[in-house]
Design a protein around this ligand. Structure first.
Ligand SMILES: Cc1ncc(COP(=O)(O)O)c(C=O)c1O
Length: 374
């Protein structure tokens, strides 16, 4: 008799791992300071607000050749400006934020090649890479990372490579802030015939050197995924794009069109406006850099050491006793911080906690006062 395994949606990983911590943090006078999620708190850029006022955008279906042309131009200009590379007009597609793309990509790739069944992803990572594999009925196989939190392709079992539909990388990485060696990863992908999907939603928050993208290594066998959620404080608008290998991109565009995965007209126009402007991103970069540094100071005042990440707006803080639960509890009880225990991102994350530098000026001052009197 065949046994069928039905899918039961699990609780959302971060929400369920911080419940007890929030209760503890709430006990402090002034309440909890929630640094558990990467949810933007800063203003939506004015140019985007302006672009949302066109009521006519809501009427027709949002596919338009004219807008496609404008989008292609603005994405290419952005890639030239920020990544020093080009995106040709037929080599990109847009998505409703990038989480749906991440969670849906294995399903689409399985339609393209039903002989493969495996998704490779970094062993400490954003949980949706693994979930996307599961939703497509695929094997999710974590790939080891080195001590700098870079993916180590030399550790991949050749049999897993043969079965791989794709490999996810995330650079700069959430949660650990690592920057991958993209040349080596791209070369490995081409040699093993495994498409490399590079989630680059934090690329404009790279602190160690210039922004890096797989697209800087040619487009064959690679797809870069970008989001406006973090760069432009537009997580609620839902706009992202993917770009790279022309055949892969076309396949995704074609299938996604049949799936009805259309970015709303307002979001497209706002996306164009946001990508055209770099000034608001410079302002946002300065905010995150300063918050990360002030948080590092606050932690050091209570004897906890943290380093500036190479990229992203997260602090990945090692627990002196390799016990993330204990460190998370200490941060909740002494500072009122809600952080995420590292194992939420994979077993290798045990012993670390993640803090998002998404913290208002008032809360930073409160944290500094609490640390002083701790
Ligand atoms: C690594 C990574 N990828 C993708 C996303 C999804 O972003 P969005 O769906 O808002 O584009 C996030 C959000 O936190 C993330 O951290």
């Amino acid at each position: 008799m065949t046994t069928h395994k039905n899918f039961v949606p699990p609780p959302m990983p971060i929400l369920s791992s911080v419940i007890g911590l929030r209760e503890k943090a709430e006990l402090l006078s002034g309440g909890a300071i929630d640094l558990s999620v990467g949810n933007p708190i800063d203003p939506v850029p004015d140019i985007v607000v302006e672009s949302l006022k066109d009521h006519d955008l809501a009427r027709p279906y949002p596919i338009s050749a004219k807008r496609d042309e404008a989008m292609s131009e603005v994405i290419n200009d952005w890639a030239q400006r920020q990544l020093k590379t080009t995106v040709h007009s037929s080599n990109y597609g847009i998505c409703i934020g990038t989480k749906e793309f991440v969670a849906g990509a294995p399903n689409i790739l399985k339609l393209r090649d039903s002989s493969r069944d495996t998704v490779l992803y970094p062993e400490v990572a954003y949980p949706s890479y693994e979930m996307g594999a599961e939703l497509a009925g695929c094997r999710a196989v974590p790939v080891a990372m080195n001590e700098k939190w870079e993916i180590d392709v030399s550790s991949i079992d050749p049999q897993d490579a043969q079965r791989a539909l794709m490999m996810w990388i995330n650079t700069p990485g959430n949660p650990a802030g690592g920057l991958d060696d993209l040349e080596t990863v791209v070369q490995w992908g081409r040699e093993n015939n495994v498409p490399i999907f590079s989630d680059e939603c934090y690329v404009e928050f790279t602190w160690d050197g210039p922004p890096q993208s797989v697209l800087q290594h040619g487009t064959e066998g690679v797809v870069a995924v970008h989001s406006l959620s973090k760069r432009s404080n537009l997580a609620g608008l839902r706009f992202g794009f993917y770009a790279g290998d022309s055949e892969l991109v076309k396949y995704f565009r074609d299938v996604r069109r049949h799936q009805g995965l259309m970015v709303p007209g307002h979001a497209q126009v706002a996306g164009i406006a946001a990508l055209e402007d770099q000034t608001h991103v410079d302002v946002q970069r300065a905010r995150y850099e300063s918050r990360l540094k002030r948080l590092i100071e606050v932690l050091s005042m209570i004897g906890v050491e943290a380093e500036m990440p190479r990229g992203s707006f997260y602090l990945w803080v090692p627990s002196p006793k390799k016990d993330s639960g204990k460190l998370a509890l200490q941060l909740a009880e002494t500072l009122g911080i809600v952080s995420v225990p590292g194992e939420t991102y994979g077993a290798r994350g045990a012993g670390y906690v993640r803090l998002a530098a998404i913290v208002s000026e008032d809360d930073l001052s409160l944290l500094e006062n609490r640390a002083q009197s701790a």
